[in-house]
Design a protein around this ligand. Sequence first.
Ligand code: NAD
Length: 492
Amino acid sequence: MVSRVIPVDPFDLVIFGGTGDLAKRKILPGLFIRFRAGQMPEDSRIIGAARADLDDAGFRKMAQAALTEFVARDKLDAEVMGRFLQRLHYVSIDATGEGGWTELAGLMRPGVVRAFYFSVAPSLFGDLAERLHAHGIAEPQSRIVVEKPFGRDLASAEALNAVLAAHFDERQIYRIDHYLGKETVQNLMAVRFANILFEPVWNAQYVDHVQITVAETVGVGGRGSYYDKSGAMRDMVQNHMMQLLCLIAMEPPYKFDPNAVRDEKLKVIRALEPVPPEDIVRGQYRGVPGKDGRDGKAEPSYVEDVGDPQSRTESYIALKVRVANWRWQGTPFYLRTGKKLRGRTSEIAIVFKEAPHSLFGENESWKANVLTIRLQPNEGMNLSVMIKEPGPGGMRLTDVPLDMSFADALGEEGTDIPDAYERLIMDVIRGNQTLFMRGDEVEAAWAWTDPIIKGWEERGDRPRGYDPYSSGPEDALMLLHRDGRRWREIRE
Ligand code: NAD
C-alpha cells in the first residue's frame, strides 16, 4: 500500500510547558515522527516556552534526550533528528509574569499557521490567553490546544470554558482527548458509517448490550497525590470512556464535519440517564504482603500508594449506563476501568442478541455474535460468527473470529499506526476539530458525572477492596450476573 502523507501548511507551534513531561513523552516525539514522515514542512518551527532558563541550544539538547528516550530506536535517524532539532527554538517565559512575551512576539512569523499548546496546569490557561492577546501574539486564525483535566466538575469546567472564551472563539479551541486520536476509534466511525452491514443491526432490537473496558496493570505509582484527587470516574469515565460511548451510540452525522459529529455526540451525552447507586461498583486495590507481589516483593495497596489511609477515591469503577433514546431503549452500556487489573486491555464489545430461533437444536457452543473493537493491545477489530464445525458428526456449531487486525490486513502500513498525539497535532495545524471535544460536550459530560460523585460524597461511600491483578471487585461481577450477563474476560 502506498503511503499517502499529505504535508500540512507551514506553522509556528508554541508549546507552553515545553520542558514538561507531556512535551517530552508525547508532543515532541509525535512531531518528530510526523517530520520524519514528511508531513511537517521543513520551514515549520516549534517554540518551547516554559519557566526554565534555557536557550535554543539547551532546549534542543533536552529535546534530543527526550526523543532518544521516547521514540522507537528504528525511527531515530541521526540525520533526520539533526534537521528536526534545527526547527526548535526556546523562550523563557512565565505565564503569570511579563518576562519573555516581547521576545516571543518577535519570534512569530506572519503568514504561517499559529498554534499554542497549553501543556501547563489549567490554572494557567487564563494567564496565557490574556497575555497572548495583550502582546498581540494571538490572531483570529490562531489555535490553542488544551489538555485534560478539563475541570473537575461542571462549575470548574464552565469557568475554564469562560476563561478561554474571553479570548478565543470555540473554532480556535482544540480540547484534546487522546482516545479520539486512536486509529481504531476513528475506525469505529468508518465501520459504522461506510458499510451497509452494521448500521441496520446497530440498535436495541439487535444489540443485547455493550461493554467498554479500559484495564491497566499498573497502580497509581508516582502519580498518587494527583490521582487521589480525581479517581477513575473523573480520570477515565467522564472523558475517554464517555467519548467511546458517544461514538458507539450516536446517530449518523449528516456529514463528517466537526460540528455535525460533535452535535451527535452531544445528543448522546444529554440522553444519558442518571445512574442509581446500585448500578455502580467502586473499588480500591489491596496490597500484597511479603514476597508474593508480581516481582517477588511486597506491593503497596492503593491507600499506601497515595499516602492516605482514609482515602475513599476509587481506583476501579464499573457502571451500568442507559442511553434514553429510541435507538438504545433497553440496551445497557456496561463500563469498567481500573488500575492493577489482570491485564492491559482496552476494548469495546458490541454483544448482539442470540438468533431468534434455534434451527440446529440445543447446542452448548451456541454464542451470540460479538463485534470487538480493540484499542489495546494490537489495535484491530474482531467479529465472532457461528459456523459449522468442519468434518463429520452432524451439524455441530462453533464460533470463529473474523479478525481484522490492521497489521495483517494492511501490511506494513497497518503496523505503522500513528500515535494519537501525532494525528491530533496535525489536525490542529490542518484546522480540523472533528476529533476534539467541544465546550458544550465537556460541560454536558460533567453535568451527568457531578450527581454521581456528589451521591458518593453525601453517602460517605467507601470503595470495595479488590486483589491486585484480578478482574476487580466481586460486586462488579454481580452487576452483570443479576442481568443474566457476564463480563468479557480481561486477558493477562
Ligand atoms: P509538568 O509538571 O511535567 O510540566 C509543566 C510545564 O509547565 C513545565 O514545562 C513548566 O516549566 C511549565 N510551567 C509551570 N508553571 C509555569 C509558568 N508559570 N509559566 C510558564 N510555564 C510554566 O506537567 P506535564 O505532565 O507536562 O503536564 C502538562 C499539562 O498536561 C497538565 O495540565 C497535565 O494535567 C496535562 N496532561 C499531562 C499528561 C502527561 O502524560 N504528562 C497527560 C494528560 C494531560
